[in-house]
Design a protein around this ligand. Structure first.
Ligand code: SF4
Length: 470
């Protein structure tokens, strides 16, 4: 006896959609429901539900996480293959399902899918091609057929004006690395059964770590095609399938050797060379316990904002701390806004983002205005008082006004104000080891002819601290 029941990989009720909900948000006759069901059945059949991470796109299936009782990540538009790539680096045994529509995969996310395919990432991509933007109301998609009427092509797509429909399976087939590429259709019951076999194969490839599998799924969108579900399936057979032939493009899953999923890890030495001036940074030991500094250094391009961040992060590493450096800057070469977020901590750092700094080093007025409100209560704000005439309004933070640019003027290099501010900050916090600072500073200054002047400004800052701040 065949028992038809909801696959166990679906939640029993879709509580995220609403209390007690049992139906999906998809329109009647939509192909997403069918594709979801096939995947959910296979997760159970292949016993992979507990290690599956379902990567949802932006599009009609944005809420797949309402339904799939798996790991779920709702990715930024088009970025699911990039998110999967990141997960793969840390979870070798996870089953990654990148489930994407045509707007998501073939327009906004073209770069991500091509490069994930080109790397042969061990993941399975289900590309739902319904030849239209569904969620946003039926605009032309990259896969819209010539002559097909959409919201943005009311008289029909014109290849001369709008380009040709893109065959994504064909495009994938131009790339060497994918192990499996097939296009299926959900237009008839027979084709749905065939699609199930293809879905299964694509998932098995991943389980066996064979590499990148791409399944293009021709899928009905009756609502935006302005048809009823039956007409929509007829239209698929008459119009869609001749342009997008249903066939296997590649199956190298049986060819030895299987995809090598042993990702080459970057050697520690190589990592240090990348991050720390040629690996010359000494490894510090025994940092002070329970210390976390979240430092925002902000100013305009050309003030040495980003290099101050590098210097601070390198110094912290040399003191034995974990450290991160996250730059942010505008497109201008000089003069635009710039800030560096540096975290150093005696513990592992979860994220390099500094949303609530406990130290703000403001080198110009806009930086003080932008970041003063964010500083943690009890934190420290350092103000370059040469360039900032405003006073700090907060009364729940420590404030140091340092005429850093005025002091730097003597050196002839205004950008050394950054070293002055950093040195005083470290002294003020009791974190300065001047011998280490002197060793690290030359490694962090790009222009070697500027090392001496930076060292001189560091000494000047130390003197200033002793004379003015103690
Ligand atoms: S708009 Fe189209 S693709 Fe989206 S849920 Fe409705 S039928 Fe499905």
């Amino acid at each position: 006896m065949i028992v038809k029941e909801k696959p166990k990989a679906f939640y029993d009720t879709f509580e995220r959609k609403g209390a007690g909900q049992k139906v999906t948000h998809y329109c009647p006759g939509c192909g997403h429901g069918t594709a979801h069901k096939l995947i959910a059945e296979l997760l159970v059949e292949l016993d992979i539900q507990d290690r599956t991470i379902f990567l949802s796109p932006v599009g009609c299936s944005v809420f797949a996480y309402y339904y799939m009782d798996t790991g779920n990540i709702q990715c930024a538009h088009g970025r699911a293959p990039a998110v999967g790539t990141g997960i793969r680096r840390t979870h070798k045994d996870a089953i990654l399902i990148s489930y994407q529509g045509d707007g998501d995969l073939a327009a906004i996310g073209t770069a991500e899918i091509i490069h994930a395919a080109n790397r042969g990432e061990n993941m399975t991509v289900f590309f739902i091609n319904n030849a239209i933007y569904g969620m946003t109301g039926g605009q032309m998609a990259p896969t819209t057929l010539e002559g097909q009427k959409t919201l943005t092509t009311p008289l029909g797509r014109s290849s001369g004006r709008d380009g040709n429909p893109i065959g994504m399976a064909e495009l994938m087939n131009a790339i060497k690395a994918p192990v499996y590429i097939e296009r299926v259709s959900l237009s008839t019951a027979g084709k749905v059964l065939k699609a199930r076999k293809v879905f299964k194969k694509a998932l098995e490839n991943q389980i066996e770590k064979k590499g990148f599998s791409f399944v293009e799924v021709l899928s009905p969108c009756p609502i935006n095609w302005k048809m009823d579900p039956v007409e929509a399936r007829s239209w698929m057979q008459a119009q869609l399938e001749p342009i997008y032939p249903v066939k296997n493009f590649r199956d190298e899953s049986l060819l030895p050797p299987p995809h090598d999923d042993t990702l080459p890890q970057m050697e520690e030495k190589e990592m240090k060379q990348l991050l720390s001036a040629g690996g010359a940074i000494p490894e510090g030991k025994n940092p002070a316990p329970d210390l976390e500094q979240r430092v925002k250094i902000a100013g305009f391009g050309g003030q040495g904002v980003l290099s101050a961040g590098v210097l601070l992060a390198n110094y912290a590493i040399a003191r034995g701390y974990q450290a991160t450096w996250l730059p942010s800057y505008g497109p201008e070469m000089r003069g635009g806004k710039a800030n560096a977020s540096v975290i150093f901590s005696s513990r592992a750092i979860g994220s390099p983002v500094v949303a609530v700094p406990n130290v703000l080093i403001a080198l110009n007025t806009p930086s003080l205005i932008s970041f003063e409100p964010d500083v943690e209560r009890g934190g420290l704000i350092m103000v370059n008082s040469t360039l900032i005439s405003d006073k700090v309004k907060r009364e729940d933070v420590d404030v140091l006004y340092i005429p850093a640019s005025e002091m730097a003027k003597e050196s002839g290099v205004m950008a050394t104000a950054n070293v002055i501010m950093l040195t005083i900050y470290l002294k003020y916090k009791g974190l300065a080891d001047t011998e280490i600072l002197k060793k690290i500073l030359p490694l962090s200054v790009k222009r070697k002819d500027a090392v001496a002047v930076n060292l001189k400004m560091m000494e000047k800052a130390l003197t200033y601290f002793e004379e003015e701040l103690t």
